[in-house]
Ligand binder design. Structure first.
Ligand code: CUA
Length: 180
């Protein structure tokens, strides 16, 4: 059988490398080193890094903390008015503990997020533009404190956007934001 590809002739492997090829190889290696360094740097200085603080917490302890917070807050028809700047939210299969909550615009709140069982997704979306959203992961074993402020009054939906079991799609909550 004949091949359409001609076999190379002579001592083809022992040729000096073309200068251009060396230069491009050098650029390739240099660029890889820069990207490698940047990967490491970006996890430290990038804007995408999560803000706030995270603490280890047992689900039961977090449940107690949240209950104490609910007891201190004011229950209204629309939802819970928190006693201070802290807002506690617990994610469980398949509900948002602590919601609905009534907040004010122009005030910075410290959102405390933790899960009771499995990983959930905390997705906050204004009711009139559901495609506008922020999404955070809520993990069991950790309490994540995230500062948040609402600019516009309105109703914000809280949806779970991490598949967490049979009932995940029903995991809804609400944040009601009033003019402060
Ligand atoms: Cu909780 Cu999906």
């Amino acid at each position: 059988m004949t091949s359409p590809i001609k076999p190379p002739e002579g001592n083809w492997w022992d040729q000096p490398i073309n200068r251009r090829e060396s230069i491009w190889l050098g650029i390739g290696v240099g660029w890889s080193v820069i990207l490698f360094g940047w990967m490491s740097a970006f996890t430290r200085i990038g804007d995408q890094n999560p803000i706030g603080e995270t603490y280890r917490v047992e689900a039961e302890d977090y449940r107690d903390k949240l209950q104490a917070y609910v007891d201190e807050g004011t229950d209204t028809e629309e939802g819970l008015v928190p006693p201070g700047d802290d807002v506690y939210i617990g994610a469980g299969q398949f509900y948002w503990d602590g919601l609905p909550v009534v907040l004010e615009t122009g005030q910075e709140y410290d959102f405390h997020l933790a899960a009771y069982d499995v990983q959930h997704g905390f997705s906050v979306r204004p009711e009139h533009t559901l495609s506008k959203q922020i999404n955070l992961q809520v993990l069991p074993g950790y309490e994540w404190i995230v500062p948040m402020e609402f600019d516009e009054p309105g109703t914000y939906r809280v949806l779970c956007n991490e598949f967490c079991g049979d009932g995940h799609e029903a995991m809804h909550g609400r944040i009601i934001v009033q003019e402060g």
